[in-house]
Structure formats: C-alpha cells, structure tokens
Design a binder for this molecule. Sequence first.
Ligand code: SAM
Length: 251
Amino acid sequence: MSQLSRNMEQSKEEQQRFQFARIATIESPYKEKFAIPRQPNLVNAAKGKVILCGLANNEELVRDIEQFSHLWLIFVFHGTQAQGWKPLVRPPRLGGNKKTGVLATRSTFRPNPIGMSVVKLDKVTTEQKQTVLHISGLDLLDGTPIIDIKPYVPYSDAITDAQGGFAQTEPNADVSINFTDQAQTDLSQYQTKYSELALLIEQVLSQDPRPAYKHNKLDDKIYGMRLFDLNIQWTFTGLASISVLNITRLT
Ligand code: SAM
C-alpha cells in the first residue's frame, strides 16, 4: 500500500463516527452548572435518580446490580457540548490560570464530550414499569444523558498507590457555613420536602463554588445558586466563612 493510500485509510478511520443512544436520564438537585461539585462523592448529601429509558428501561438490565455499592455512570456533557472543545484548558485545581492539555484533565470541553462519575447506589426501584437507580454523591447536572452504566469493581478500579498529578488529594472544603435567622426560617419551610437541605447547602458551599481565581480572596458579592426549585443566596463574611442569607422558591 502506498503512503498516499495509507494516509487516506487513516483519515477515513479518523473520520469514523459512532452513535450511542441515551439509556437513562439523570434527575439531580443541581439545576445549573454553578456550584456543582467538581467531582463525585465530595457532596454525599446530593441524592439523584438514574431514570432508565427506551429499551434500557427493563428490570432485566439491572438484575443483580444491587450487589455493587457504587456504579460508574458514563454520560454526555450536554450542558457544554455546544461550546466545542479546546486542546488546552485551565483546571480549577491549578488556580484557573495555568493551561494544561485537555486530556490531562477532567474538563468538560473535550474532543468527545463524555464524562464518567462513580456514584453510590442506594437502591433500585421499579414502579409502574419505570426502573430507577437511586444514587448519591453525584456531580451531574439535571437532565444529563447517560450512555452507559457499569459496576464499580474495587479490586481493579481502586489503585491505592496511583499518582494523582495536580489533583492528588481532595480539594479543600474548609469553609465554615452559617445560616442567618432569615435563612433558618426559610429552611424550616422547605425541610419537609427536602429532608437534607441544610446539609446539602453546607456541603456544596464548603467546596467554595466560586471560580478558582477568586479562592482565598476577600469578596463581598452576593451569590445565588439553584438547588431543586430553590434559589439560595449567600455571601462570604471572611476568607473562609460563608453566610447563607435566604432561600426562596423559584417561580
Ligand atoms: N466526574 C466527571 C468526569 O470526571 O468526567 C465530571 C467532572 S467535571 C470536572 C464536573 C463538572 O462538570 C461539574 O462541576 C459541572 O459543572 C459539570 N457538569 C456536570 N454535568 C454536566 C453536564 N451534563 N453538562 C455539562 N457540564 C456538566
């Protein structure tokens, strides 16, 4: 085979396209990107559902899955997909100002916008022909399309002496959180519907959801974040202390 035809073959392979159908959709308290933790299991009070769909909505596909405490969810970054990708990105773990190869990061702006998260499997239910995997610790936007689910297999997936590069350890979560009187009154109104709301807010905010370049800087801005159908307003009251100001239902 000549060099020319070898090159043509190669480029045909490179252009090959693959199509995958959605097998499930995520139901998540995170309704917008802002304040979603940057990896799974940093906020274990975040509970969500994997709603199986189409031909995958069949109990047989998940038979015996409850033997596993954790699952890999393979998904499409549907919320950023339209923005395309970049060879170099600025990971928040490097302060958001140093560029790194996209494939050396977990950035959403990848050549193929595919993500993978390990989540805890709490239970499986099937009601009125709808099979649902109940999960916690997710880092996924509401509506995220799932294209595959696999059991987490500790003997092979957990490599205890692995090198984690610039993300060797969990990010700091040492911001203290307090609720103003107004926020406490608001909380009591919503806590019947959302039983672990206070804990969820605390865990999310202790990650400091602001862009990385703002970390450890004084900041008097009032931020809003959306969890479920609620808007939560908060502000920094020191370098490492946040005050939750109020919680209101979005219309
Ligand atoms: N654990 C996954 C991984 O490593 O592939 C995701 C890591 S990525 C850094 C996590 C961020 O992706 C979250 O903080 C959130 O902002 C964003 N995200 C989550 N679900 C998304 C979606 N469906 N579309 C776009 N961005 C999403």
